[in-house]
Design a protein around this ligand. Structure first.
Ligand code: ACO
Ligand SMILES: O=CC(=O)O
Length: 819
């Protein structure tokens, strides 16, 4: 299918759609959804720089239909205006005209007489123009009646407006007063752990915006998440990852480009990243880096306090009201802070502490929505804008979803389209094959791509979980120069520069070693070498995890990148084929030290995360959700494929159990602050993971119920979420798609599953994580370590602590079946 043909078809399609509605009138007030749809349609024709215009022009010339359409339009328009003239005249004559005639006909008659002497000389006015003295004329009576009707109309209208709820709280009150259960119809907040920040951030109008984006985009999000599972099933069945055939034209067409850099994003040579606590935010903004990526994702454990306080800190930072003192040190924003960019959580994560219509909102939309709603206008006013990093995208349609969210949101608050900028992290293997498409989807909002190297490795292992040729050696051996990583970097730079947008580098995990100068020198030399590799490869900027690394990164980029970017380095020499992105030749072996290091890291990070800390220093490396997830899935991979250590010993679950038990007691020393209870959860989780048929998608999804429970998520919500539709007579099954501890449970043991429930009405409620615990009752012994089960439910109960238990049937053994 040629590009020209496809574009023609698209143009015809657009025209057909336009034909139903007539020409666009951009001056009309339009609703945000319609605005987003129109924008999408017109975007097909004209990109940010207008480079597609010539192409469309060619197609239109060879197709006379646009001209005919215009003729038809003008004919219709003239018939329409003639008809409206006649219609309006008839209406005028039968109302105002009749009034006038009646008034004139009876001009000398009195409607009634006023009591004599009551109104003095102004009596004359009431009789105007020809009615008898002392009476009220027809004309005056008409005027008085009209006035009274108008006033009455206004009073009734005002009354209705006042009755109409205007805020979420009023909506709730109004609905409650009409007997509609609040739980079923609105936004609910299920935790109060950050009440001070909540008062500023979770305002009624901000929540209405969250509800609006949730209601508009949640079903698409859920379908895209389901599509991820479908894609994984394909990969498991042996279908190789490849560049999508349906978008060959997007890749082949050279003329489209992304939006020009927005204010503050022209030069991004060094970007610092970090979680959103108040001190970090000030330190990062003052670090001297060009931009600061405030991270609600991999480096933040999404406790409600972290998420909402983080929003408050950013809100204050935008307004320069963030200065504070701690331990005798004053934290004050510098005159020229870094440009702020925000990374919301990925599409896979829910925000269980806030629900809309009884379903948890998306973590991405919650983080994006609150930051955008509170700050977008203020940022624009201050010469910057709402800028984002978009994580863990697995398909270009997920980028399209972000683009739609952006269009909707800009219309909603009334800022020009294309004010937002998003840099997409290419950090999943499927996205590595869709870089062009992702840029294309977001092109009017795009500020480039970034090599999210750690997540990319993590995804490489997961997506190829069924491929025994994709076994990787020790984590330290999977460097940026090994085949598949090198191919990904080169392709990313080539793609971005072809589309005139930033190709950002990534994070070297080394952080300063304060107590050992020599070791620090070696570590910092590794950082320098990594940054030099990036700038010479053609990257336009890089990431740092710690302010002390800014100087090194700046020096390297200043010396090697003289302008604000390197878009001119087109890397036309680069030819990356699918096989290069899948190349698994990685020199190295699986060593005892590597396995033990993975176990320690997985335990320490998991325990820290459950304790509310999403980024820790460990053995002088920065560990966050991306780096630590590699350790978990590698351990799974090695056990699953019975890989051998350098000693020749096979890696078995028993061996890893023994090493886990041996290493666990030392974790609290390695990662101070880790709590015993959280460490136990981490041990159970890891032991469970290595036994699963496939590794879980994300530890953050699996363990979220712990955070929600600690946040005191209202048990009523828990109950309501589970039973709000699928009451026992409606549900017939509930399948647990993953749970922990994922090993044979004990009777009465608590597990926290992800669940999908389906009703007799045929509806399947999409997978969501509930902040609840299931007691498996006495059927647990039948559950082994595997991926999922289906239970027949006969009863669901929740106690006052929010613990939900279900009984399956009288004979539980008979009702559990593996799916
Ligand atoms: C793969 C990816 O996803 S990368 C992106 C996500 N990861 C990140 O963003 C990592 C961010 N980095 C960090 O969180 C931290 O650097 C850690 C946890 C690794 C180490 O933090 P610490 O143990 O506090 O480091 P350290 O004690 O050396 O900090 C010294 C000072 O630098 C500050 N600091 C350290 N890292 C950062 C940072 N990234 N941003 C801002 N300030 C920072 C500390 O707040 C501290 O400030 P203070 O002197 O005023 O008290
Ligand atoms: O998110 C960044 C990465 O390297 O992963």
């Amino acid at each position: 299918m040629s590009l020209r043909w496809q574009v023609k078809e698209q143009v015809k399609h657009n025209k057909r759609e336009d034909g139903h509605r007539g020409e666009y009138d951009e001056t009309q007030v339009i609703c945000p959804i319609e605005a987003a749809r129109r924008q999408r349609r017109t975007e097909w024709n004209v990109n940010a720089t207008g480079d597609w215009e010539h192409l469309i022009g060619v197609c239109m010339d060879s197709d006379r239909r646009p001209v005919n359409r215009r003729a038809v339009h003008s004919e219709v328009a003239s018939v329409k205006s003639a008809f409206s003239l006649k219609f309006n005249s008839a209406i005028w004559i039968s109302t105002t005209g009749v009034q006038f005639v009646v008034g004139w006909w009876y001009r000398k008659s009195a409607v009634f007489y006023l009591p004599a002497g009551w109104f003095g000389p102004i009596q004359w006015c009431f009789a105007f123009p020809f009615a008898p003295k002392g009476s009220v004329s027809v004309g005056m009576w008409q005027m008085a009646c009209k006035r009274v009707i108008k006033i009455g109309e206004r009073v009734v209208k005002d009354l209705c407006v006042n009755l109409e709820p205007t805020t979420e709280a009023e909506t709730v009150k109004a609905k409650a007063s009409r007997g509609i259960p609040v739980d079923e119809c609105c936004v609910k907040i299920h935790s109060q752990v950050a009440d001070k920040a909540q008062a500023v951030i979770l305002t009624d109008d901000a929540l209405q915006f969250i509800a609006a984006i949730h209601r508009t985009f949640e079903s698409t999000r859920q379908s895209l998440l389901a599509a991820r599972q479908d894609a994984q099933r394909k990969f498991d069945s042996g279908v190789a990852l490849d560049f999508p055939p349906e978008t060959a034209n997007v890749r082949a067409e050279a003329s489209w480009h992304c939006a020009p850099p927005a204010p503050g994003l022209e030069d991004r040579r060094v970007e610092i990243t970090g979680p959103t606590d108040r001190k970090m935010v000030i330190n990062a903004l003052n670090s001297g880096a060009k931009t600061f990526m405030a991270d609600f994702e991999d480096s933040s454990a999404p406790t409600f306090a972290n998420m909402v306080n983080g929003q408050l800190n950013l809100h204050d930072a935008v307004r320069r009201q963030i200065d504070f003192e701690s331990n005798g040190k004053a934290y004050k924003l510098s005159e020229k802070p870094a440009t702020l960019i925000v990374r919301p959580r990925g599409w896979h994560l829910d925000e269980p502490r806030v629900s809309v219509d009884n379903s948890p909102v998306s973590g991405s939309l919650f983080d994006f929505g609150l930051y955008f709603y509170h700050n977008a206008k203020e940022l624009v006013k201050r010469g910057s804008g709402p800028y984002f990093y978009l994580p863990k995208i697995e398909h270009y349609l997920e980028a399209r979803l972000w683009n739609d969210v952006f269009l909707f949101s800009q219309s909603y608050i009334g800022i020009p389209h294309n004010t937002i900028r998003g840099t997409v992290l290419i950090e999943t293997l499927p996205a590595g094959f869709q870089m062009e498409e992702i840029l294309f989807e977001l092109r009017n909002h795009s500020s480039g791509l970034n090599c999210g190297r750690w997540d990319y490795i993590f995804s490489f292992i997961k997506k190829r979980r069924a491929d025994r040729t994709a076994i990787l050696p020790d984590r330290k051996d999977v460097t940026m120069t090994v085949g598949f990583m090198d191919a990904y970097v080169r392709l990313l730079i080539q793609t971005c520069h072809k589309r005139k947008v930033a190709a950002m580098g990534g994070m070297s995990a080394q952080i300063p070693i304060k107590d050992d100068a020599k070791a620090n020198e070696i570590a910092m030399e590794k950082v320098r070498a990594d940054k030099l590799r990036e700038v010479t490869a053609g990257h336009d900027g890089t990431w740092i995890a710690h302010p002390l690394i800014n100087k090194i990164a700046m020096e390297v980029f200043n010396a090697n990148m003289l302008g604000p970017n390197q878009y001119h380095i087109r890397r036309e020499d680069v030819r990356v084929a699918a096989a290069d992105l899948l190349n698994t030749k990685v020199p190295g072996e699986i060593t005892t030290e590597g396995v033990k290091s993975n176990i320690s890291t997985a335990l320490a990070y998991t325990a820290a995360w459950v304790g509310g800390n999403g980024c820790i220093p460990l053995n002088y490396l920065m560990e966050d959700a991306a780096t630590a997830e590699i350790t978990r899935v590698q351990l799974w991979q090695w056990v699953h494929y019975q890989s051998r250590l350098e000693t020749g010993e096979i890696i078995t679950k028993e061996l890893l159990d023994a090493w886990t038990d041996e290493l666990a007691p030392g974790i609290k020393k390695l990662a101070p602050g880790v709590q015993d209870g959280d460490l136990k959860i981490a041990v159970d989780y890891l032991k469970g993971q290595i036994r699963q048929q496939w590794p879980s998608d994300f530890l953050t999804s699996d363990l979220m119920p712990y955070l929600a429970a600690k946040d005191g998520v209202d048990p009523k919500f828990t109950r309501a979420a589970l039973t709000h539709k699928p009451t026992p007579d409606l549900i017939h099954s509930l399948s647990v798609t993953s749970y922990f501890p994922p090993r044979a449970g004990l009777p009465g043991e608590l597990v926290a599953p992800r669940c999908v429930h389906s009703g007799d009405d045929g509806t399947t409620r999409s997978p969501f994580i509930l902040p609840l615990f299931f007691s498996i009752c006495d059927c647990a012994e039948k559950i082994g370590p595997t991926e999922g089960f289906e239970f027949d439910i006969c009863e669901i109960k929740a106690d006052s602590a929010g613990i939900v238990s279900f009984a399956s049937t009288e004979k539980p053994e008979g009702t559990i079946r593996q799916i």
